[in-house]
Ligand binder design. Structure first.
Ligand SMILES: Nc1ncnc2c1ncn2[C@@H]1O[C@H](COP(=O)(O)OP(=O)(O)O)[C@@H](O)[C@H]1O
Ligand SMILES: [Mg+2]
Length: 99
């Protein structure tokens, strides 16, 4: 990866929203822009900057063909949070989520 440059304003904004979140005010931030402008990299750098913080970082992804699948990115987050993998049986998943 090329050395990360600029985006201080955007990182600062994410950091300030993060500070509000850990004070108990949940936040939603939209990051929008043309393909290749640096959205994923910004989130990658933000994630790196959280190392050492006592927070749980979970990621959920959308897919270009995923709109008919309800809650798709939320499912990713629940799976990651519960440690559920593709290989788990329905019974094991139910048990894990209940636990
Ligand atoms: N601020 C930056 N400094 C250096 N490289 C960057 C920066 N932002 C993006 N890049 C690089 O540009 C390319 C495209 O960025 P990416 O985050 O994948 O774009 P997007 O998610 O918006 O489509 C990647 O190789 C990424 O590492
Ligand atoms: Mg991207």
């Amino acid at each position: 990866m090329a050395r990360f440059v600029g985006r201080n304003h955007e990182l600062g904004l994410l950091w300030s929203r993060f500070q509000s979140a850990i004070r108990g005010q949940g936040q939603v931030v939209g990051v929008a822009g043309e393909a290749g402008i640096g959205k994923s990299r910004l989130l990658y750098e933000f994630h790196q900057s959280l190392k050492g913080e006592r927070v749980t970082y979970l990621e959920g992804h959308c897919l270009s063909y995923g709109s008919p699948i309800p809650y798709l990115p939320v499912l990713d987050i629940v799976r990651a949070g519960c440690g559920i993998t593709e290989a788990d049986s329905h019974e094991a998943i139910t048990e894990t989520v209940h636990a």
